[in-house]
Design a protein. Structure first.
Length: 293
């Protein structure tokens, strides 16, 4: 069975609405899917309704910026109570912190000669402010393009170049994610259920220092095994860990946007497919079995 338990919409850092995403998933034969927008559940109702129209089983999902013992990582949360006011309050607190971080960085951007309408951007993105869409808003201003090209000494500028220059400079204030402590997440999971899965653990060297094992010992249920961010060796190492620990393992494309129209591999599913066969414990997620306590 084809599944995709990590896709993103315009409610966070994706480029398709939840409804359009559901149609795309249907086109590629996906039978079970989860919308895992960053620190927001705002798109869940629309996604569920659209998936029902296409005969896709929608699993409630969420991707959280998290931290534990001075280590940062992302967590996927499935099958939580989407109506929980406590969850909504926790997520909204990250939105407020993220806005403060962005406003501080915007002062540095103005000093660099980069200007855009941040107030309007916040109105258009009422949830967690996404870095890539911030970069898009900055690049959309022609005067900013000239400044960035001159500073980077590049004629062709990629999104990664804009993000690094604007938000992650070698020197100066960087844009921080509004992370939630793992202890708080685990406590809330006792109230609203679900499964906690470490998101693409091999990305950005997150497997260093046995972080996966440490997080599972703390109470996380498993990790993403099949991901386009993982190499073959990463996947084999994680598979061995799953066999030893009995962890739930999942998979997803981490789809945000299509590639160039001229490309033959425009969509993630053109080259990366996740099948539920052989994924240990995946039915706990697919069958919406909530873990309370």
């Amino acid at each position: 069975m084809k599944i995709d338990l990590q896709v993103h919409s315009t409610y966070s850092d994706g480029y398709y609405s939840p409804s359009k995403l559901a149609g795309l998933l249907h086109r590629y034969g996906i039978e079970v899917a989860s919308l895992t927008d960053h620190n927001t559940v705002a798109g869940q109702a629309e996604f569920k309704k659209a998936c029902m129209r296409y005969g896709i089983k929608a699993v409630p999902g969420l991707e959280l910026y998290a931290s534990y013992k001075q280590r940062s990582f992302n967590l996927l949360w499935y099958n939580y109570d989407t109506s929980s006011p406590e969850l909504k309050k926790m997520l909204e607190s990250t939105h407020a912190r993220r806005q403060r971080f962005v406003k501080k960085v915007n002062i540095r951007l103005r000093n660099l000669g980069l200007h855009f309408n941040l107030g309007r951007f916040i109105q258009e993105h009422p949830g967690y402010l996404p870095t890539n869409h911030l970069a898009d808003a900055i690049w959309a201003v022609p005067a900013n393009r000239k400044v960035i090209k001159k500073a980077l000494q590049l004629d062709i500028v990629r999104e990664d170049d804009i993000v690094r220059y604007c938000f992650y400079p070698k020197d100066g204030l960087r844009l921080h994610d509004a992370r939630i402590g793992l202890a708080r997440i685990l406590q809330m999971r006792k109230q609203i259920g679900g499964q906690l899965i470490i998101c693409h653990p091999a990305l950005n060297n997150k497997m260093h220092g046995n972080l996966v094992e440490i997080l599972m010992a703390a109470g996380v249920d498993g990790f993403e095994l099949l991901s386009p961010h993982h190499s073959y060796n990463d996947t084999m190492r994680l598979m061995s860990l799953a066999e030893r620990t009995g962890a739930i393992v999942s998979g997803g494309t981490d789809f945000h946007r299509p590639g160039a129209k001229a490309g033959k591999l425009r969509y993630a599913w053109d080259w990366f497919t996740v099948k539920s066969d052989g994924l240990f414990g995946i039915n706990r997620i697919i069958n919406n079995k909530k873990k309370l306590g």
